[in-house]
Design a protein around this ligand. Structure first.
Ligand code: ADP
Ligand code: ASP
Ligand code: MG
Length: 412
């Protein structure tokens, strides 16, 4: 019997009515003869509410206890969901992470899945039950509760789909699929029928939160076909899949943005070997991910060094850098939280040199200053002032003709 893993996000299970609605969709699949594993998020807003509660009792909540708290959000939805199904006479069972045996390391708040023992899930499926698994949470080797990071239910779903070798993994959300830009800020954005794993990885890492990045990594590594779609309609969504020849014809697949980063600049740093290591080593040890780094040309042996870090890590970063900056005799340590990163992504840009210049001139035409640039084979990112984010996304979307289906999306 085919096996389908379905994941429902917070808005899809936001209240009892929606839970019932979504449950009926699951039952439909089950009646058609599919084995069904359902992964649920907490109700919309619940995880934020829990974090708020934690902050009311502690300025910096203990990471272990915060995970114990946050994991309750998903416990509520799986219980209600399963309860509803049983009340309708449908065999179902809810499983928390220790019962579904989703094992992670102990990095509270950003734990990594290291293995899933599928025996219990398979046992339940054998009894013809619908299995409802709590997303976002895991358990470490001694039984501590962990969470996978915000949006982590996507990762739970894909990891389970990979472990069970599911025939399909469907991610149900509040938009109809993956769009050429966030449909909430770009009215002309268009739903993509397909997108490659690599493009989706870039989009996710550059801010398109429709899929959590690690879920895409799992899907790519284990070749899990992903279908991103809406729980509010029956229309087909977006298939995230292996790259094929057709995809290369498309220069740019999407525009995305992120306001998650802050910029740090150290001025008048001595331009001698070993300085970068001195500055960045403490950050590596503190698990802070540095994204863009630029070093200006040095003048009289002194240079400015600029880099970006997640906003949540800015305070820690400054604490770590302050003593180093003093030690190496740098002049100033500056930071700026009012920045945004806008990016364009597409496998077709590999063979096309004109993409970057079109991006830069589009921003220039709007008088948007580019603070930092970074590129990879299939993406170009620019850091700008955050007040221009929406304008930049819309203008870039227009400049690359993304509202049109191929082949108008070309440079000439
Ligand atoms: P869920 O709670 O179902 O996991 P999320 O809020 O995490 O849903 O992700 C869905 C949201 O992602 C959408 O509401 C949309 O605003 C946002 N989003 C950002 N970029 C894109 C994009 N390129 N395509 C579709 N949605 C996007
Ligand atoms: N409930 C968690 C969050 O809000 C996980 C998820 O929804 O995927 O981040
Ligand atoms: Mg999400």
């Amino acid at each position: 019997m085919p096996l389908i893993v379905q994941k429902y996000g917070g808005t899809s299970v936001a209240n009892p009515e929606r839970i019932a609605n979504v449950a009926n969709r699951v039952v439909k699949g089950w009646r058609e003869g599919h084995r069904m594993v359902v992964v649920l998020s907490a109700m919309a807003g619940e995880t934020d509410r829990l974090i708020g509660l934690a902050r009311e009792v502690a300025e910096e909540p203990d990471a272990r206890e915060l995970d114990v708290l946050m994991a309750t959000g998903e416990q509520v939805t799986v219980a209600l969901f399963s309860m509803f199904l049983k009340s309708q006479g449908i065999p179902a069972t809810s499983l928390l992470s220790h019962q579904a045996r989703i094992y992670t390391n102990r990095a509270y708040g950003r734990a990594r899945i290291i293995g899933i023992d599928t025996a219990r899930i398979l046992e339940e499926l054998k009894k013809n039950r619908i299995v409802i698994v709590a997303g976002f949470q895991g358990v470490d080797e001694v039984g501590n509760i962990t969470t996978l990071g915000r949006g982590g239910s996507d990762t739970t779903a894909v990891a389970i789909a990979a472990a069970l070798k599911a025939d399909l993994c469907e991610i149900y959300t509040d938009v109809e699929g993956v769009y050429t830009a966030d449909p909430r800020i770009c009215p002309r954005s268009r739903k993509l029928s397909r997108i490659s794993y690599d493009e989706m990885l870039e989009l996710a890492s550059l801010g398109a939160k429709v899929l959590e990045i690690r879920s895409v990594g799992f899907a790519k590594r284990y070749n899990v076909p992903l279908h991103v779609r809406s729980s509010f309609t029956e229309r087909p969504g977006t298939l995230v899949t292996k790259e094929d020849k057709d995809m290369e014809d498309i220069l740019v697949s999407g525009v995305t943005y992120s306001k998650n980063d802050a910029r740090v600049t150290i001025t008048r740093v001595p331009d001698v070997p070993g300085i970068a290591a001195k500055i960045f080593n403490p950050m590596v040890e503190a698990n802070i991910v540095v994204d863009m780094i630029i070093q200006n040309t040095s003048i009289e042996g002194l240079t400015d060094l600029t880099f970006t870090v997640p906003k949540g890590d800015l305070k820690k970063t400054l604490e770590l850098i302050q003593p180093v900056a003093r030690e190496i005799g740098a002049d100033k340590l500056l930071s700026d939280e009012h920045i945004a990163k806008v990016s364009i992504v597409g496998v077709g840009m590999r063979n096309n040199a004109g993409v970057a210049s079109r991006m830069f001139s589009t921003l220039a035409a709007q008088n948007i200053n580019i603070l930092t640039i970074s590129t990879s084979e299939i993406k170009i990112s620019c850091v700008i002032e955050d007040k221009y984010t929406e304008l930049a996304v819309r203008e870039l979307h227009d400049a690359f003709g993304l509202e049109h289906v191929r082949p108008r999306n070309r440079l000439n």
